[in-house]
Design a protein around this ligand. Sequence first.
Ligand code: C5P
Length: 393
Amino acid sequence: MLHGRKILLVVSGSVAAFKALMLVRLLRAEGATVRAVLTAGGARFVTKEALAAITGEHVSDDLWAAEAEIGHIRLARWAEAVVVAPASASRLAQMAQGLAEDLAGCVLLATRAPVLAAPAMNPAMWAHPATAANVALLAGRGIRFVGPGEGPMAEPESGPGRLSEPEEMLEAIRALFAEGPLKGRHVLVTAGPTREPIDPVRYISNHSSGKQGYAIAAALAAQGARVTLVSGPTSLAAPPGVTLKPVESAREMLAACEAALPADAAIFAAAVADWRVAQEASQKLKKEPGAGAPTLAMALNPDILATISTHTARPKLVVGFAAETERVIENAQKKLARKGCDWIVANDVSGDVFGGGDNTVHLVSAAGVEDWPRMPKEEVAARLAARVAEYFQ
Ligand code: C5P
């Protein structure tokens, strides 16, 4: 898939920059041509000579020297994809601001090719609201992200911040070139449970694993769509080429969905908590001797599916899920009307659907009801993605 592709790799400053060299190996093994731009920060961790040897190409690291040789505009035009790996906190901030103070900044502004960023930084830096805002801004402009992951890092802290493995970055680059019927379409997917806080240490949630929603996001990306996956807490990694927006509560999920619009289609596979605790306690609720159990007043959560179905920027195709334990079809048909969506994927959850690998669903729309046989969640996802593709044909 990458044979003959021209990929421009921007290596910025991170101790993980050595993985960029491994990524070049993998890309070249697939037949891609890789040119590299080394930032001043990146040059602290890998040498220009190492990058030149491994890419087999001249490495650019100086805006002014590059002007004399190939020129940043030509370099930007040459690239069919630009990959920023590792993308440091500072590089993401510069990209968000559109700063063009060095060669990497100029190329990133001048390119019309898809851009993929693979962040790598200390977990506290990744968690900082400034970084989160920069990532949100860039994702909103269509920049794709892969990672960061969790795992051993140079720092003693743990949490997300680790540069994705070269194989994961390769998968995400393949996804940039994914040709398919949904190329050029943006699809929003929700997945997982929501977590509704009671106090700083307790919450109300449900057993949703997120498997079905993540599989749908992956299947849509494989059909060439640009996918934004708004997900509650799960143990799953973002599928390659999918932009993950992690959220916790239903209200956060709604805000992230609205921020992701416009979209051509939206698929709401999340198991959103219907209620939240009306007043989240700012301190941990105490078990006072003799006081008995507290009574928690509940409030209704927003219905994300219904809200987006009537939104001024409503996606053309809106798909909801209906988890039912009885009268599955009848309830799904009612839900279709009540929520204002186009299709409902109805499933019987009286069995082992939550966390399980298989699903039995019915596709309910104004056109009628289709019964799909029991199949793995990945296959449900692939079929649904194919139906979405057909809809836009
Ligand atoms: O009403 P019910 O929860 O059964 O509807 C299920 C569908 O509505 C799913 O697609 C789910 O993602 C969506 N939903 C939502 N926001 C809620 C409740 C459900 O988006 N607050």
